[in-house]
Design a protein around this ligand. Structure first.
Ligand code: ZN
Length: 501
């Protein structure tokens, strides 16, 4: 009986969202255009969109009968926001995509992928490219997947037993088949992770560009940040990247087999004995090499504020499957909360978070290009919503409102080599736009006051946005959605090895 119910839940069909009506020509009247390059506000302008392209921006454009008109009076318009660090799953269509669009997140860079088989849990290049195709055809509601990632390359332990050996990257000879495989899949970059063997990392960094790819991801533990920058890693993820290399135990952390335990033990020292001069040297090198940093402050916040109920009782938890919260998020929060309350380790997580905020400020002042990312699927990170929190936290770290906006618009567009089509509001660019009720240059929290979203020229008004949110909220608590997610998790060999590590 129980098994029958579970099978029925797994097979239970999921609803499909309908893309709003397409308009051949859209005219946005009298809107304040925010130039994210300069911070200028061009008041009371008209924007004409034909199909999905901005064709005219003028002080006055006369409407014609067949135009669909959006009244922009007293409103502000910014380019669609991009989240440069997410992880999508086979259920993102239902659980993440609607929330991205509802929150004005029109582009995302997914930071994980698959090996040579479709995974039951993680999405890979094939699914993402299919979603992009359907986005262009206006048959699916999905953000734009802007660069395609490989699986996270983490050496031997991250590859389940029945997959080709070369994915383990144990030897330099494994690099060629790996790059050939991902090139064939139309993958854009190799995601590198903590435990990739140093020799393989070095070779990979040199060879990937020959295949039209680059490397991005974590700073591998056994490689110094300086070497990784010199070798051309294009983006570094998470708030702790300068911590690893700028404390007295940096050499031990890089060489010890037991680096995980050493890292945990060293966290207070990484904050108290931080070598600022070294960090500034590394930041300058990043600037010189155009290496980007995605601090994903949200990932550190979930530990730092785990004991604060106003933080953990986020109303957005209604968008997360109950089972995922209970089995994955809650234990993580509980563990961190216990640590935060214990007298001997009370401020450790908070200090670590505060230190990473200071590094954001320092890095920005040294000219390191910073991009907004949230690490969606991580504890207390919400698709769409958390990007706005990240922008706010970037301003709390010392960036101006304009600089924070740039981390999710022009900087990512440039990083992806897509500046000619996205990142600013200009003639010839794709109409991925967010209309706000108030000026985000006055307060960054105004990015949350969304009036409407344009994605590939499709307009989502307040009703559509409400519907998108309700769609995910209603599914996240259903029995069948939870069973589907649970089943896809336990069926995934990639999840099994990731959990075992
Ligand atoms: Zn991640």
């Amino acid at each position: 009986m129980g098994i029958t119910i579970i099978i029925v839940a797994i097979l239970w069909p999921l609803p499909k969202l309908k893309v709003p009506q397409e308009h051949n020509v859209i005219l946005i009247k009298s809107i304040n255009i925010i130039d994210v390059k300069t911070g200028a506000v061009i008041p009371d302008y008209d924007i004409l969109i034909k199909k999905n392209i901005i064709t005219r921006i003028d002080s006055i454009i006369h409407p014609r009968q067949q135009y669909f008109i959006i009244d922009g009076t007293d409103k502000y318009i910014i380019p669609g926001l991009w989240n440069m660090h997410t992880h999508s799953t086979q259920h993102s269509v239902w659980l993440h995509h609607p929330l991205y669009i509802a929150n004005g997140v029109t582009g995302i860079r997914d930071m994980s992928g698959q090996l040579n088989k479709k995974d039951s849990y993680w999405a890979g290049t094939k699914e993402r490219l299919q979603w992009n195709k359907e986005l262009a055809q206006h048959t699916r509601i999905t953000p734009r997947y802007v660069l395609q990632s490989s699986y996270q390359m983490d050496g031997e332990s991250s590859v389940p037993s029945d997959f080709p050996e070369f994915f383990k990257l144990k030897e330099e000879r494994d690099i060629k088949p790996l790059l050939e495989f991902y090139q064939n899949e139309n993958t854009d970059f190799i995601k590198v992770y903590m435990q990739i063997p140093p020799k393989s990392y070095r070779k990979l960094a040199l060879e990937a560009p020959k295949y039209g790819m680059h490397i991005a991801g974590h700073k591998p533990i056994h490689i110094s940040l300086e070497e990784a920058i010199q070798l051309g890693q294009r983006s570094f993820e998470h708030g702790r990247i300068f911590m690893y290399d700028c404390f007295p135990g940096a050499d031990s952390l890089r060489t010890l087999k037991t680096w995980k335990a050493f890292y945990t033990k060293s966290k207070p020292l990484m904050v108290s004995d931080f070598n600022k001069e070294k960090a500034i040297r590394l930041m300058n090198l990043m600037k010189e090499k155009n290496a980007h940093w995605v601090p994903t402050l949200q990932t550190l916040k979930s530990d730092a504020f785990a004991h604060v109920s106003t933080f953990t009782d986020d109303p957005n938890v209604k968008y997360v499957p109950t089972l995922k919260r209970k089995l994955w998020w809650d234990p993580g929060i509980k563990k961190a909360a216990k640590k935060n309350k214990a007298p001997e380790s009370q401020d450790e997580n908070l200090n670590f978070y505060r230190a990473s905020q200071q590094h954001v400020k320092m890095a920005y002042q040294q000219g390191v290009p910073i991009m907004a990312g949230t690490d969606v699927t991580d504890v207390n990170v919400f698709a769409g919503f958390s990007l706005h929190t990240e922008l706010e936290d970037l301003t709390k770290s010392g960036l101006s409102n304009l600089e924070a906006l740039q981390t999710a618009t022009i900087t990512p567009a440039k990083y992806c080599g897509l500046e000619s089509k996205y990142g600013t509001i200009a003639i010839g660019k794709t109409a991925d736009l967010v209309i706000l009720n108030q000026n985000p240059l006055e307060s960054i929290t105004n990015t949350k006051k969304i009036y409407g979203v344009l994605l590939d020229g499709i307009f989502y008004d307040a009703n559509d946005i409400k519907e998108l949110k309700e769609f995910t909220a209603s599914l996240a608590s259903t029995f069948h959605m939870n069973i589907k997610v649970a089943f896809s998790l336990i069926s995934s060999p990639l999840i099994r090895v990731q959990l075992a590590d």
